[in-house]
Design a protein around this ligand. Structure first.
Ligand SMILES: [Zn+2]
Length: 243
């Protein structure tokens, strides 16, 4: 039997309450709702960022392609003009040469049509991509703002919990200091084995640790033991304190 005065037994109950608080705070600290929301948003932001970057690259490439097509069309046009100038300049007399020139002009027209068709396609794609890039840019901006706000909220929540934890730990040192080392050791050992609860209040006839009712004989035993030592619940083995 571990000796403890009724006042020490009540002090032990205070220690248990503090430890329970520390445990809850630690759990909250590790599972911050703000952290979860932040993680989710950061994931989405990561995906949107990469999609945004890819789309901008694609758009850049399309614009270059468009430019090259426009330059090539201009080249074809200027060649056509110069060939037409030769054609109608009246300097070519040979039918064979004229035939070759007609062929050349036909080929240039076909080439131009082909280029214009694909230019149109590129322009359509560009338009679609521009609208996608604009949407992604907006989404990216929104998400960045949300992630910033959530980071602040997370830091804020964490700071509050850390402050509460620091204060409870300081209280724990004081309360544990009021108790005999033997009592604290015994409690620590029980607490480790009993899911964080080593000492419980006797509420009426019920052990607050296991919620079971004590028999009349057990009640008598607890009353007797608790006069000068740590009484225990027969059912769960926790220290029972009469308050
Ligand atoms: Zn019990």
């Amino acid at each position: 039997m571990i000796s403890a005065t009724p006042a020490e037994q009540r002090r032990l109950l205070d220690l248990q309450r503090i430890d329970t608080d520390i445990r809850k705070l630690g759990h909250r600290r590790a599972n911050l709702a703000e952290q979860k929301a932040l993680d989710d948003n950061a994931d989405t932001l990561g995906r949107v960022s990469s999609e945004y970057a890819t789309s901008r690259d694609q758009l850049e490439r399309l614009r270059l392609q468009q430019k090259r097509h426009e330059q090539e069309i201009a080249t074809v046009d200027s060649r056509r003009k110069s060939e037409e100038g030769r054609m109608y300049g009246g300097l070519i007399r040979s039918e064979k040469e004229l035939e070759a020139l007609r062929g050349e002009l036909g080929a240039l027209r076909a080439r131009k049509n082909e280029l214009e068709d694909s230019l149109l396609e590129i322009m359509e794609q560009t338009e679609e991509l521009e609208s996608l890039v604009a949407t992604l840019q907006e989404r990216h901006g929104e998400l960045t703002g949300q992630v910033d706000a959530l980071t602040q909220a997370r830091d804020h929540a964490a700071t509050d919990i850390d402050a509460a934890l620091a204060s409870r730990r300081a209280q724990r040192v004081t309360v544990a200091g009021d108790l005999p080392a033997e009592v604290v050791e015994y409690y620590e050992e029980l607490r480790a084995r009993k899911d964080g609860v080593g000492v419980a209040e006797l509420q009426g006839r019920t052990c607050a640790g296991c919620r079971l009712e004590l028999t009349a004989i057990e009640m008598e035993q607890v009353r007797e033991d608790s006069v000068d030592s740590l009484a225990r619940c027969e059912q769960c083995g926790r220290v029972l304190v009469l308050v």
